[in-house]
Design a protein around this ligand. Structure first.
Ligand SMILES: [Zn+2]
Length: 481
């Protein structure tokens, strides 16, 4: 669906750019891509980075996982604002104990065919597709606003994903994307959105520097080189803005924590994917990535109302969880709307009021930024960007905006994930957590930008401005110079 009154913002007056090509390298870790470019391994990406002043380091959203982490790029919104708080979620409003329990509107997962429902879960707000007169989509899962006819790979996508996922052969998906990218360039739409999934798929199989991962980066680089040759021959290279982004990083996993069994052991019979038919459940556990999970407690109101932090703490659930090796952080929302978080060594409170944040802690400071009051979103980003939990003041708080957000957010330490069964094939590398290796992502924009540190939600308004357009609605991101 197109947003209303397009004429007021579909303008490219005064902009040097007429077209946008957005490449999502799903799962590209900042350090890995930067090192490959520095080593001269990816010349086409290097030349785009050179135009923009280097590979930028951005912080993605929490949870750092495919699906939710696409939303900041395509809509300028955090997943909490968009009410898509995870790769799996439960909706208190939609979960009808008397009716169908296994799917929307009560429960969702974006695995396999269920990913087709992703667009339906997004809010009625414009995406990049709504801002351009013509577009083509290639293997990217967020297609809201894209005409099905322009979704070039919609028929082949389930097939190439199944081969990638079950046979560890993401080379096919990468090659399909590479070929479709050059075809799309020939057709000359104003927007091309193209996702490459080999880096993520092959990273899960082994680690983020595995030979197959490096080969995926090289395939992408060759595709970009071929697309630029085509653009040059069509005389469109200089009017094309390139943006290369990643939705999350990756870090190697040596231990899987069985969070569903852990919660069972704490006295909460647990509903989780794929065990969704339990009648006696006291909580639901919805894992993302698998470095983070959200827990929804059933309380006096059934599943209808959020259980505040005070009640969860009174049962000593945070302590019990943090005593498990591999749990980095737990967070919940207090009855008056603050976010409380705890690590093994300390606890902290985050409070936002009128766009300003206050932060206090006890014990060891979880964000290493010291106490403060009344700082805006920009200062908070600067102070916590390089912390052990990047941008946590914003990222934990934004998630609780979602009606579908859990009562308790759990984030794993590096080296651990939170899903011991049912991840087939087994994952040896993880994302989803609020730790630097998974939150820091590379962003390349082929236009000189001063900004070095920003949120992925900032890419959306920055790019619109470079194309002479304006966001049509309120968004979370901020345009960068
Ligand atoms: Zn992944």
């Amino acid at each position: 669906m197109r947003a209303a009154e397009p004429d007021s913002w579909l303008t490219t007056a005064g902009s040097p750019y007429r077209r946008l090509i957005f490449i999502m390298i799903d799962g590209a870790a900042y350090d890995v891509l930067r090192e490959l470019i520095a080593a001269g391994d990816l010349p086409a990406l290097a030349s785009l980075a050179e135009l923009g002043g280097g590979v930028k380091k951005a912080v993605t959203c929490f949870p750092s996982t495919t699906g939710p982490a696409y939303i900041p790029y395509f809509m300028g919104l955090f997943p909490g604002t968009a009410n898509v708080p995870g790769y799996r979620w439960l909706s208190r409003a939609g979960y009808d104990e008397a009716g169908s329990k296994w799917t929307r509107p009560g429960l969702a997962s974006y695995s396999g065919r269920e990913a087709l429902g992703f667009d339906l879960d997004l809010p009625q707000r414009p995406t990049w597709f709504d801002y351009f007169g013509s577009s083509k989509n290639i293997l990217n899962l967020l297609t809201k606003g894209c005409d099905p006819e322009d979704n070039l790979t919609r028929r082949i996508k389930p097939f190439v994903y199944a081969i990638g996922h079950y046979l560890h052969r993401w080379q096919l998906a990468d090659r399909v994307a590479a070929g479709a990218l050059v075809d799309a360039v020939r057709q000359g739409p104003e927007l091309i959105a193209c996702a490459f999934n080999g880096v993520d798929g092959h990273s899960h199989e082994r680690d983020s520097r595995a030979p197959k991962v490096i080969e995926s980066y090289r395939t992408i680089d060759r595709a970009i080189a071929a697309a630029r040759r085509e653009l040059k021959s069509l005389g469109r290279d200089e009017e094309t803005l390139w943006v290369i982004g990643s939705d999350h990083g990756h870090s190697a996993t040596h231990t899987h924590i069985d969070m569903a069994r852990t919660l069972d052991g704490l006295g909460f019979p647990t509903l989780y994917f794929p065990r969704l038919w339990r009648q006696d459940a006291h909580c639901a556990e919805m894992v993302s990535g698998n470095g983070m999970t959200q827990v929804y407690f059933r309380n006096g109101a059934g599943w209808r109302e959020r259980t505040p932090w005070e009640e969860i703490e009174a049962r000593q659930t945070p302590e019990a969880l943090l005593s498990i090796e591999g749990i980095d952080l737990v967070a919940g929302q207090t009855a008056d709307g603050r976010v409380n978080l705890r690590t093994k060594a300390g606890s902290a409170t985050i409070a936002w009021r009128d766009g300003l944040c206050s932060y206090d802690f006890e014990g060891q400071d979880p964000l290493s930024c010291g106490r403060f009051t009344g700082l805006d979103a920009e200062k908070v980003l600067q102070m916590t960007f390089e912390s052990a939990r990047p941008d946590a003041c914003m990222q934990l708080a934004q998630l609780f905006r979602a009606e579908r957000c859990g009562d308790l957010l759990i984030s794993a330490r590096q080296g651990y994930d939170l899903r011991a069964r049912w991840e087939i094939p087994e994952h040896h590398s993880t994302h989803g957590a609020i730790i630097p290796a998974q939150m820091h992502v590379p962003v390349i924009i082929s236009h000189p930008l001063q900004a070095d540190y920003f949120r992925t939600a900032d890419v959306f308004p920055t790019v619109l401005r470079l194309l002479g357009k304006q966001p049509a609605t309120d968004i979370d991101g901020v345009a960068r110079d």
